[in-house]
Write a protein that binds this ligand. Structure first.
Ligand SMILES: NC(=O)c1ccc[n+]([C@@H]2O[C@H](COP(=O)([O-])OP(=O)(O)OC[C@H]3O[C@@H](n4cnc5c(N)ncnc54)[C@H](O)[C@@H]3O)[C@@H](O)[C@H]2O)c1
Length: 391
């Protein structure tokens, strides 16, 4: 029997039982924890929670009721909409509960900094679910860079084809600035974090550009708060202008771009489009001795490296196969939750970083301000080093 199996299971709660809450199941499946309570204002969600986590769980209409309910808890998964993250995380951290907080950390820089401050003051553990740091394609690209195969990184470019954009982001709260701020933050926080990680620095100056170019033209709207995304998701929803039942309010962009200058001199760019037919991310990293690029970002994908002078050469000089994440980021989710469990139990090192999560928010918020203000450049404010040092 392993050390872990002999241990008492962590007592866990889930706050927000929507599409993403299934991530908590990884902690149960590994034997590391038990879901003993959930909180969600939706009665349908609470019923769903009993099916997912067992009829014996305690259910609450909100996290404050849960905290008042005297449920002994070690940790909680916060998988509620982005605009609720700050209030929930801050309350849980001050109550001494370790928090797995879904990305993005928050929808404003003020909230992001308040969450970090709450973690620092309370001493409770804060883990932000940047699962992309555990994606096989990202790990592979990082290994190639760390080995020095392309020299010193000078540029990182990411093109993000969000093929499921209409179904994922324009039929519920994601489409509202008040709840997500914008998709350059809500979706882009993942890639901005990875760009920072691959480049080994953080953005200091950004310029954004973007617009609502397609989904704003669709008049067929519906309040979908009685259902969750799997209820309406379909590959048949194509082409994008044939989409129906979009969220009543759509005031976020469906096409956006940001240019970033990092504190170590690296220049980076990120482009995001929510109406492509295909759904994947394409990274190019250029160093002083070569460049890499991925084709496909799940199991079976390829990362190619060019490190000799040539004309057009589709094959590159070296080719690596992506192993893991068949069909999505399921393997990464499992690794991420495993890392969270070890962090809670043993204070183990984590590949994700709450400070990096905050810097992804800071960059995306500044870029979103820029794109809504004639693309005027914005400085990205740095984290309070005294707070960062205490995390
Ligand atoms: N890391 C990833 O790959 C990934 C993938 C998907 C979603 N997410 C993140 O997970 C979070 C949830 O996304 P989702 O797609 O599951 O959303 P969802 O809309 O499907 O579910 C959200 C749930 O939270 C509930 N809720 C609303 N306000 C609440 C509150 N104040 N307290 C408790 N519950 C509340 C809703 O009733 C709903 O059941 C978001 O922050 C999103 O960005 C991350």
């Amino acid at each position: 029997m392993t050390k872990q199996e002999t241990r008492r299971p962590l007592q866990l709660a889930v706050i927000g039982v929507g599409a993403r809450s299934e991530i908590a199941s990884h902690a149960v499946a590994s034997g590391a924890g038990e879901i003993v309570a959930v909180a969600d204002p939706s009665t349908a969600a609470l019923e769903r929670a009993k099916e997912m986590f067992g009829a014996g769980i305690r259910t609450f209409a909100g996290h404050r009721d849960l905290l008042a309910g005297d449920v002994p808890l070690d940790a909680a998964f916060v998988t509620s909409p982005d605009h609720t993250h700050a209030e929930i995380a801050i309350d849980l951290l001050h109550a001494g509960i370790a928090v797995y907080l879904e990305k993005p950390l928050a929808i404003s820089l003020v909230d992001a900094d308040a969450i970090l401050a709450a973690a620092a003051e309370s001493g409770s553990k804060l883990y932000v679910g940047h699962n992309m740091r555990h994606m096989a394609v990202v790990r592979l690209m990082r290994e190639i860079i760390k080995r020095g195969d392309i020299g010193e990184v000078k540029a990182v470019w990411c093109r993000h084809f969000v093929g499921n954009g209409g179904d994922y982001y324009f039929k519920d709260w994601h489409a509202e600035r008040a709840k997500s701020n914008g998709l350059l933050l809500q979706k882009g926080a993942h890639d901005i974090d990875i760009i920072h990680w691959l480049a080994g620095g953080y953005s200091t100056l950004v310029t954004g550009m973007g617009d609502l170019t397609v989904y704003g033209d669709i008049d067929d709207r519906r309040d979908n708060s009685d259902r969750t995304m799997p209820d309406w998701f379909s590959f048949a929803n194509w082409p994008p202008l044939s989409q129906t039942e979009l969220n009543p309010v759509i005031d976020v962009e469906d096409l956006s771009m940001v240019s970033m200058r990092l504190d170590n001199g690296v220049l980076a760019s990120y482009q995001q489009c929510h109406f492509t037919p295909d759904y994947w991310r394409n990274y190019t990293v250029i160093g002083t001795e070569g460049r890499l690029e991925n084709f496909g970002d799940t199991d079976g994908g390829i990362v190619r490296v060019w490190n000799r002078r040539t004309g057009y050469d589709a094959d590159g000089d070296v080719e690596y196969r992506v192993r893991g994440d068949a069909g999505g980021h399921g393997d990464a989710d499992q690794l991420t939750v495993g890392e969270f469990v070890d962090f809670v139990r043993d204070g183990a090192h984590t590949e994700t970083s709450a400070v990096a999560a905050r810097n992804a928010v800071a960059t995306a918020v500044a870029a979103t301000e820029s794109l809504r203000d004639g693309s005027r450049p914005r400085r990205v404010s740095a984290v309070d080093e005294r707070v960062a040092a205490r995390l």
